[in-house]
Design a protein around this ligand. Structure first.
Ligand SMILES: *[C@@H]1O[C@H](CO)[C@@H](O)[C@H](O)[C@H]1NC(C)=O
Ligand SMILES: *[C@@H]1O[C@H](CO)[C@@H](O)[C@H](O)[C@H]1NC(C)=O
Ligand SMILES: *[C@@H]1O[C@H](CO)[C@@H](O)[C@H](O)[C@H]1NC(C)=O
Length: 337
């Protein structure tokens, strides 16, 4: 039944697009090929446009993005490739507005536990130790701050209790009054809420809705296993100290994701620029390692599995002055149980 429904939907998209393409009256071969490519892409990603202004506009944006991606991949100036993913019909500005959402607040230094930078393991991957839940998708809500905090929390809960429990970003989006829900926020504020709330609900009990709603923390059972007593701040601009924190548990960090290369990162290779240090996005660092002498961080993102390496990103480590690649070593936070 569901399958049949999706076929009807797809046929419907297709006819909309056909209408769009008829109105262009194009006989140019390059345009026709791009059109076909766009139509296939639209079907694959189940995009719904109201014809024909929207369709035409999206085709234009798609074309620009495809050209950008193909040029980048031809030039091979960096150590990774880009791919035409489900974000290919969005301009950089549109993408930034909906899919990021962190603003670093003035740094509040917290007791940073006892991070020990001596005798660190050369390789850490919390995914292989069962401390990382499946990749999630923040959708078109600027709630990365909640996803990064929850990923770090899920990690410490697994490490301390032995149980991997998927926890609720929606509760944070709805209830953290010190953040702005789907208009951006702060992972530290999420931790402060979790401390005072005595935990948060599971993902199953308080599922993600992609919009901010009324806080239902009082009406939904809270998982007290997911409670923390404190959170620590990783000493700034020191990747060794970030390593020490990540060797201990997954860590929420802020990064600058404003480059178009971020939007289209394919997962093939280590992201080694371009980027600045204007922090606008939050992810969780779930490991680090080295590949033939190139050190990298493993970041869990919240842009779905079709982005990056099944939702993950590898960022160059120990190369970018002291702020870390894309500023990742400037604001790191980890929950303490
Ligand atoms: C066809 O369209 C492409 C892209 O818009 C353009 O670069 C090319 O010059 C056009 N070719 C002809 C023959 O008009
Ligand atoms: C397009 O509409 C269909 C049916 O309403 C829905 O299943 C699908 O998720 C929509 N796609 C997008 C990208 O919104
Ligand atoms: C990082 O912090 C450690 C511990 O405080 C210190 O020994 C080391 O010199 C620092 N490294 C840098 C690059 O500041």
């Amino acid at each position: 039944m569901a399958f049949f429904y999706s076929i009807i939907i797809s046929a419907f998209h297709f006819s909309l697009l056909m209408l769009c393409s008829l109105t262009t009256g194009s006989t140019n071969l390059t345009n026709t090929l791009l059109h076909e490519r766009f139509e296939k892409w639209v079907l694959k990603h189940e995009k719904n446009y109201s014809c024909h202004d929207e369709g035409q506009h999206r085709l234009k944006v798609f074309t620009n993005n495809v050209n950008f991606i193909e040029k980048f991949n031809r030039e091979k100036k960096y150590g990774y490739t880009l791919s035409i993913n489900h974000f290919a019909d969005l301009t950089r500005e549109e993408f930034m507005a909906k899919h990021t959402g962190a603003t670093p607040s003035p740094l509040v230094l917290r007791p940073s536990n006892e991070l020990d930078p001596t005798s660190l393991p050369p390789y850490v991957d919390w995914r292989t130790r069962g401390a990382v839940t499946a990749i999630k998708d923040q959708g078109s809500c600027a709630s990365c701050w909640a996803f990064a905090a929850v990923a770090a929390l899920e990690g410490i809960v697994k490490i301390k209790t032995g149980e991997l429990i998927s926890l609720s970003e929606q509760e944070l989006v709805d209830c953290v009054t010190a953040s702005d829900g789907c208009d951006g926020g702060w992972s530290q504020k999420a931790f402060e809420f979790i401390i005072s709330n005595g935990g948060i609900a599971t993902e199953v009990k308080y599922p993600y809705k992609n919009v901010q709603g009324k806080c239902r923390a009082n009406r939904i059972e809270q998982d007290e296993k997911a409670s923390i007593r404190e959170y620590g701040t990783v000493p700034r601009k020191n990747e060794t100290m970030l390593m020490a924190a990540v060797a201990q548990q997954p860590v929420a960090v802020y990064i600058d994701s404003s480059s178009s290369n971020f939007q289209f990162y394919s997962g093939d290779g280590i992201y080694d620029g371009p980027c600045g240090v204007n922090l606008d996005h939050a992810v969780s660092i779930v490991g680090y390692g080295d590949n033939k002498g190139k050190n990298y961080w493993i970041a869990k993102n919240s842009w779905g599995k079709s982005w990056g390496d099944n939702g993950y990103m590898y960022l160059a480590k120990d190369v970018h002055e002291i702020s870390g690649m894309c500023g990742l070593a400037t604001h790191g936070y980890y929950p303490i149980m």
